[in-house]
Design a protein around this ligand. Sequence first.
Ligand code: HEM
Length: 149
Amino acid sequence: MGRSLAKTCTILLAITMGLVLSGCQNFQREPDNSLYLQLGERSGIANIVEDLLYLIVDDDRINAQFKGINVAQFHSNLTDQLCELSGGPCEYSGRDMREVHQSMGITNTQFNALAENLILAMEENNIPTAAQNRLIKRLLPMYPDIRHL
Ligand code: HEM
């Protein structure tokens, strides 16, 4: 009787440990939204994108490309994209990056100019340098789809 009780206890303990461990695993698999929080969530990102737009308009290296665009659509889509990319609860629903940019003939200098303006916009919004770098790092894989081939 005593042995079977001990056996039952061991089994229960094993099940409990299993549940605790799988709970920990689930916790580790939670998406990392720390960058999203550092950027000030979606409203903070929307402010950054707004300031980016002003900087683009003033930048002769790239402003010609943006002439006549739908500003509200660009603002909302880029905000969603940066929100999703930083681990936030947004879903980018704009066009494919290659499709949008391929016919623009974007040079390396222009790509860098946009990245530079994004950094300036983040500076203006007091985003810590480490967070700025984290966002730029996540954008870099898009480079082959955006620059002119
Ligand atoms: C990492 C760099 C870049 C990212 C993440 C990015 C992202 C985006 C996004 C999300 C859109 C909106 C797409 C849509 O509304 O469906 C867009 C549109 C646009 N992008 Fe970029 N872009 C980048 C670089 C550039 C560069 C370097 C230029 C030009 C110098 C540029 C010019 C444009 C223009 C003109 C549009 C508007 C197109 C239209 O509405 O017809 N982008 N971009």
